[in-house]
Design a protein around this ligand. Sequence first.
Ligand SMILES: *Cc1c(COP(=O)(O)O)cnc(C)c1O
Length: 422
Amino acid sequence: MTTLHEGYFTAGLDADPELAVAIRGELERQRDGIELIASENLVSRLVLEAQGSVLTNKTVEGKPHARYYGGAEFADTIEALAVARAKQVFGAAFANVQPHSGSNANAGVFLGLLKLGDTILSMDTAAGGHISHGHPATLTGRDYTIVRYGVSRETERIDLDQVRDLAKAHAPRLIVAGGSAYPRAIDFAGLRAIADEVGALFMVDMAHFAGLVATGLHPHPFPHAHVVTTTTYKSLRGARGGLALWNDPALSDRIDYGIFPGVQGSVMLHAVAGKAACLGEALRPEFAAYNRAVVDNAATLAETLAAAGIRLVAGGTDTGLMLVDLSNRGVTGDVAAKALEKAGLAVNKNLIPFDPRPPEAPSGLRLSSNAGTARGFGREEFRRIAGFIDRVIANPADEALLGAIHAEVTELCRRFPIYAGL
Ligand SMILES: *Cc1c(COP(=O)(O)O)cnc(C)c1O
């Protein structure tokens, strides 16, 4: 008699048809749909395998070569590889690749560098900032005093004068830059100068443009930032999770202890292996070519949408990400996103700066060229995507039209197949 059910070590997904159907459904959805959600990407088969490996069985705590548990020889190799690659990709002296998510990377850095109640000056969520930078609904929002800066009404870009005024009035310990819906390059030198004026540390969360930073297509947060955080699954096109980077050895213990044991426990070694894999890919020349295409394709999408009379927030994009304002098209972001989904295009509704509408039914949509570029779409395909969007938002309730566009989308996607053999 065995305590294991048949196929325990061999059967895989076949052992759970109910789950298998949903996972295969998701694979088909990714295969046959156009992914425009900025927080997503399509990882390589290498990253997929690293993240789905037996490393999920191994528990380690602490740093490579200084573990609490034994049996960590390969764990040490894997984490040390991820750390070395992260440092090389971003030109940093130190890296911590353990954060389970981008939010944990930020929370760990805050915990390590700040005291309870210290003031953080970060971008308002309504202006494109990320929720993990001190939104009142989060632990960080509760533990620190949060002051928010926004964007200028005219330019819809960060207004350094406003940031300086707020910094002088509130004397933050930390200034945070980077957001989840900010389409323009950020002036890191300008923000660091303000941080220096008020004696604050400066952190950049580059989740949405880390790939561009790695390949020289976006200004580098170093040497301006004291600490840089990022997710590894958006523009970095890799494993789920986050990482933190810095150059000053005096910060090392504080950041490392802030992450563990500060905000999380043992390492997700399978995710760390996935991070090592995507960071290895980021060192290849193909990754630079990919990122150049991300920027080109985003520019093409933005220009084609603008030519169709769709307004782009801040007038366009410097990254793979853009925000469109639908208010002059007589449709809200929620209605547009649902109609686009019916037509086979995944996008998310989004507030635009100074949005008069509520978050549930905002004026905008957020789009990105990350995932489409990963499957090989070029300018021609992104021009077609702009056309699909234009047609859908002109008639979001026309089911026949949505069905017809869905057929075109499927045909387009099948010419750019993903995960053959899965
Ligand atoms: C996506 C994102 C995060 C959070 O990532 P999670 O992995 O969902 O916690 C943090 N910061 C920015 C700027 C992001 O865009």
